[in-house]
Design a protein around this ligand. Structure first.
Ligand code: AMP
Length: 307
């Protein structure tokens, strides 16, 4: 089967940014056709290609995924693209932090990658086809942000067409997103292996996120309550306390600490994301909560070994 892809396939653009330290420049590829050519050369040489998809604003969480990719494969690509279709009207698409030069520097400083894929556009003007995931996409984010997983699944499917990697690595920080993409890869039999990497946190427990930059100093002080509450609740559930009352207490604790609103606080199994009636260390707590206009999400396994 031949897939027709938008205009980016027909233009050519590979550039190598200058580096001040004299090290070889990092390749930046901006079109699918150049990405395909590059990957074809690597494949011919027997390389295993790992992709780390991101929306940029690179932080230590992204860098941990990149480090894992470097261990797993012989070629590492990080993609940077802020995907408009996963933002609803009124969400933060326009204000989402974008700084390509800083991203390049951060990736370079952490050891670099073989290529950065930074397409300017991923949708043609006439784009009209989407992947609409169900199942694990339905609860939690699927209720709070009904547009979101269709945007994510569609862009990641397209990204896999542009960057036909052997392995793609995603963060557990967005565990439901990973579950949706794992389902998509299984259902559509895509020839890529998807892996999840544990969440990287600040010393106080706050999960690293590009959106943490939106927090005021006082909100930043409050924000770790989210993860602290998940850990506290996990300990109580594992100790045998009734799940429903543990979740109620957690909601009260987060709101009492100063969060403005909670979209959901759920216990789910890690495969189907169904609500379990009994506790198991692999079951995960998921939360989405608002501090002012900033929406934070987090999750962890009941039996996580992180403090
Ligand atoms: P984003 O740029 O926020 O779309 O994230 C790109 C990838 O990095 C996704 O797979 C995220 O789940 C992952 N990621 C974001 N924050 C973290 C974190 N704190 N720890 C681990 N992975 C993360």
């Amino acid at each position: 089967m031949t897939l027709l892809l938008p205009g980016s396939f027909h233009k050519t653009s590979i550039c190598s940014g200058p580096k001040s330290d004299g090290a070889p420049p990092m390749t930046v590829i901006t079109t699918a056709i150049d990405m395909h050519r590059t990957i074809a050369q690597w494949r011919a040489a027997g390389d295993h290609i790992c992709l780390v998809p991101t929306m940029g604003s690179i932080h230590a969480g992204h860098l941990a995924l990149i480090a894992r990719a470097r261990q797993l494969g012989s070629r590492t690509i990080v993609s940077i693209y802020v995907n408009p279709t996963q933002f609803a009207a009124g969400e933060d698409f326009d204000s989402y932090p974008r700084n390509f030069a800083a991203d390049q520097d951060a990736i370079d400083a952490a050891g670099g990658v073989d290529a950065i894929y930074a397409p300017a556009v991923m949708y043609s003007d006439t784009h009209a086809t989407s992947i609409v995931p169900a199942g694990v996409a339905a609860p939690m984010e699927g209720i709070s942000r009904p547009h979101f997983f269709t945007g994510v699944a569609t862009i990641v499917f397209k990204l896999f067409q542009h960057v036909p990697a052997d392995t793609a690595i995603f963060g557990e920080k967005d565990f439901q997103q990973f579950a949706v993409l794992r389902q998509m890869v299984d259902d559509l039999e895509l020839p890529v292996t998807v892996l999840a990497h544990p969440t990287i946190r600040e010393p106080d427990g706050l999960a690293l996120s590009s959106r943490n930059a939106y927090l005021s100093p006082s909100q930043r002080q409050l924000a770790p309550v989210l993860y602290q509450t998940l850990r506290h609740t996990a300990a109580n559930i594992l100790a045998g306390a009734p799940i429903a009352s543990c979740l109620d207490n957690a909601t009260q604790r987060i709101l009492a600490a100063g969060f403005d609103k909670i979209d959901y606080l759920d216990l789910r199994d890690p495969e189907e994301l169904a609500v379990p009636s009994t506790a198991h260390p692999d079951h995960r707590l998921f939360v989405a909560a608002w501090l002012g206009t900033t929406r934070l999400i987090d999750n962890c396994a009941l039996g996580a070994d992180q403090p």
